[in-house]
Design a protein around this ligand. Structure first.
Ligand code: ADP
Ligand code: TRP
Length: 320
C-alpha cells in the first residue's frame, strides 16, 4: 500500500496541521510505503517572496523530522525537484473539465476573502492531482479541508483511465474524524492565514501567551460549563489521554473551574508533548546539510517512480 501526502511551506506549521496531517503520516510510516513532500510549487501561489519561501522549505523539513519522521523509511522530498510533475499536470489538465475546478471550495473561499486569484491558484487542484497520481498512491492522509481536492484527483483519474485505458490508481482520502478540523484560538478553523494558530515550536513564553488568549464564553468560575462548546477543551482532548479528558469534562460540568487554569493545564500538556521534539529540532538545525541531503536522496527515489509514470502516460496519450 502506498501512502502519500504533501504540505505547503506557506507559513509556520500549527497544531491543526500536526493533528490533521503530520501526526497521521508519522504514526503510519511503518504501515506501508510512504511518500511525503514539501509542496513548494503550490506555495508559489501565495508566497512570492523568494527568501521567505526557501526559508520556509527548510523549516518545514526540520519540523517534520523533529516530529519523528523516519527519513530512512519515508521518501521525503521537495515537490519541485520532480520535474515530471509539471508535465503530468499539463496532460491531466487536458482531461479536467473547467467546472470541476470552478466548484472547488478552497478557491471560492480565497476569492471571497478578497484574494485576487492568479491562474496557479485556480489550477492548484490539478497540480495536486498530478502529485497524487504520479506516485500511484492508494491513500492520501489529509485534514478535512483537503477532501474535495482528493475527490478532484479521483475524478480526473477515472476520466483519464476511461479515455486512455487503466493507468492510474483511484486514491482514497484518509481523514481522522476526531482531528478533522482543529479549532484556532478564536474558534474558527486553525489556519496559518487567520492569525489564530498555535505553532508547534518556538519561544515558550510567547506561545504561552497565545494559549492564554484562547476565546471562551463569559461564565464565572462557579458556573457549571459545557466542555463540548469550549475551545480550550477541544484542544485539550487532542493532547490528553482518555482519563485526563474525562476528568477535565467532569471539572467543567461540576462548576468551580477557572478558564485560566484550564488553559494552563492545556499548555502543560502541549509542552510535555512538543518539548522533546523541540530539542531534536534544535539539534537538526545545527546541521542543515544533513537535512538537505535527506531531501535530495528522497527526490532521487521519487524521480525513479515519476520517470516510469510519465513514460507510460506519454505513450498512452500518443506523445510517442
Ligand atoms: P493552513 O490552512 O493552515 O494553511 P494547509 O492548507 O497548509 O493549512 O494544510 C496542511 C495540512 O494540514 C492539510 O492536510 C490540511 O488538511 C491540514 N490542516 C490544516 N488546518 C487544519 C485544521 N485546522 N485542522 C485539521 N487539519 C488541518
Ligand atoms: N494542498 C495541500 C495543502 O494545502 C498540499 C498538497 C499538495 C497535497 N499536493 C498534495 C496534499 C497531494 C496531499 C496530496 O495542504
Amino acid at each position: 500500500m502506498r501512502i502519500l501526502s504533501g504540505i505547503q511551506p506557506s507559513g509556520t506549521p500549527h497544531i491543526g496541521n500536526y493533528f490533521g496531517m503530520m501526526k497521521q503520516i508519522v504514526d503510519d510510516q511503518y504501515n506501508g510505503e510512504t511518500f511525503l513532500f514539501i509542496a513548494d510549487y503550490h506555495a508559489l501561489t501565495v508566497t512570492p517572496d523568494p527568501n521567505l519561501l526557501s526559508q520556509r522549505i527548510i523549516n518545514l523539513a526540520l519540523d517534520f523530522l523533529a516530529c519523528g519522521l523516519d527519513s530512512e523509511k519515508v521518501i521525503f522530498f521537495k515537490q519541485s525537484d520532480i520535474k515530471e510533475i509539471t508535465e503530468l499536470s499539463w496532460i491531466l489538465s487536458c482531461c479536467t473539465p473547467m467546472g470541476l475546478l470552478e466548484r472547488c471550495h478552497s478557491y471560492k473561499d480565497k476569492i471571497s476573502n478578497g484574494i485576487i486569484p492568479n491562474c496557479g491558484l485556480f489550477f492548484y487542484p490539478v497540480l495536486m492531482t498530478a502529485d497524487i497520481l504520479m506516485y500511484k498512491s492508494d491513500i492520501v492522509p489529509v485534514g478535512k479541508d483537503q477532501k474535495q481536492h482528493v475527490e478532484v484527483a479521483r475524478d480526473i483519474a477515472i476520466k483519464f483511465n476511461l479515455q486512455y485505458g487503466e493507468t492510474f490508481i483511484v486514491p482514497e482520502p484518509k481523514i481522522k474524524d476526531e482531528v478533522a478540523v482543529t479549532p484556532g484560538i478564536d474558534g474558527r478553523k486553525m489556519s496559518k492565514s487567520y492569525g489564530n494558530a498555535i505553532p508547534l515550536f518556538g519561544d515558550q513564553k510567547q506561545i504561552r501567551k497565545i494559549f492564554m488568549k484562547i476565546v471562551t464564553d463569559s461564565k464565572t468560575p462557579e458556573d457549571p460549563k459545557n466542555p463540548d462548546t469550549c475551545n480550550i477543551f477541544a484542544l485539550y482532548k487532542l493532547f490528553a489521554n482518555k482519563e485526563q479528558t474525562e476528568a477535565m469534562a467532569e471539572k467543567y460540568k461540576a462548576g468551580g473551574l477557572m478558564y485560566g487554569n484550564a488553559k494552563q493545564e492545556l499548555f502543560d500538556l502541549y509542552t510535555a508533548h512538543f518539548s522533546p521534539m523541540q530539542k531534536k529540532r534544535d539539534e537538526l538545525a545545527k546541521n542543515l546539510d544533513y537535512v538537505k541531503n535527506i531531501l535530495r536522496k528522497g527526490a532521487e527515489k521519487a524521480s525513479e517512480v515519476a520517470r516510469k509514470t510519465i513514460q507510460e502516460v506519454r505513450e498512452k496519450v500518443g506523445l510517442k
